[in-house]
Ligand binder design. Structure first.
Ligand SMILES: [Zn+2]
Ligand SMILES: [Zn+2]
Length: 53
């Protein structure tokens, strides 16, 4: 049983998990997506995300 469903962050370069009621894991992902700075490198600062290269 999971009391909190999760999905992937809406930023293409980010592999973080966020709650269903959130679009992005962080403000940096939101800004990167809005400015379309999709370079494959995520700057959200989450260690688990930066390990995915
Ligand atoms: Zn990320
Ligand atoms: Zn993210």
């Amino acid at each position: 049983m999971s009391d909190e469903e999760q999905k992937s962050c809406d930023h293409d370069g980010c592999g973080c998990r966020v709650a269903l009621n959130q679009a992005f894991c962080s403000v940096s992902c939101q800004m990167a997506s809005e400015s379309q700075m999709v370079g494959g490198v995520c700057e959200c600062g989450h260690a688990a995300c930066q390990q995915r290269q």
